[in-house]
Ligand binder design. Structure first.
Ligand code: TYD
Length: 198
């Protein structure tokens, strides 16, 4: 089972990914929890360039996220799935589709195509979208903003609307949840949704 979490920064994805990992491990499953950008040594270096460096041209940004993802799939995600583990990943292809494809304006289809090449067609079985009003997302951010978090409200609103479009386009794998709900309730619903195998 390959599960991804998506949503704006501040939506609580990382918390839910961790709660799901803990719950599945308690049930005796072999679980790999990982995140993007990052998840490998090369990926963490790319993450640093993307989030804490200077200006990155839009296509350079899309290609760096895709490069990090290609390495991540090759080194971590595919081997884990092949040995029968479940993979829980905080952000994946849909993040690039929403942020680089739509918010940056590079084109959803072009960024999706680029990423499908990078990951050799490997897409998640389930994607949980933690939906949050872009205005609430800003309030939930801490004070130490990375390069992407410093983008304005228009950028965040575009990413949020792109996520809604992606959920409508891929209803067989998307589960859309209200990120403002109680975290334990959300965790319960997420766990329950996985029992209905896609
Ligand atoms: P994330 O790790 O979720 O942020 P944090 O460390 O603050 O929890 O993601 C970092 C930023 O990268 C986030 O603003 C979204 C952006 N991003 C993209 O623009 N495209 C992508 O493909 C990915 C994976 C992330």
């Amino acid at each position: 089972m390959f599960v991804t979490f998506e949503g704006l920064d501040g939506s609580g994805k990382s918390t839910q990914a961790e709660l799901l990992r803990a719950r599945l491990e308690e049930e005796g499953e072999d679980v790999v929890l990982t995140r993007e950008p990052g998840g490998t040594e090369l990926g963490e270096r790319i993450r640093d360039l993307l989030l804490h460096g200077g200006h990155v041209a839009p296509w350079a940004e899309a290609l760096l996220y895709a490069a990090s993802r290609a390495q991540h799939v090759d080194e971590v995600i595919r081997p884990a799935l092949e040995r029968g583990a479940s993979v829980v990943c905080d952000r994946y292809v849909d993040s690039s589709a929403a942020y680089q494809g739509v918010a940056r304006g590079l084109g959803l289809e072009r960024v999706l195509d680029l990423n499908l090449v990078a990951v050799g067609g490997l897409m998640p079985d389930r994607t949980f979208l933690l939906e949050l009003d872009p205005a609430d997302a800003v309030e939930r951010l801490g004070s130490d903003h990375d390069r992407l978090e410093r983008e304005g409200s228009a950028f965040r609103a575009l990413a949020a609307s792109a996520y809604r479009d992606l959920a409508a386009r891929f209803p067989e794998r998307y589960v859309v949840l209200d990120a403002t709900r109680d975290p334990d309730d959300l965790a319960e619903e997420i766990h329950g949704a996985l029992r209905v195998r896609p």
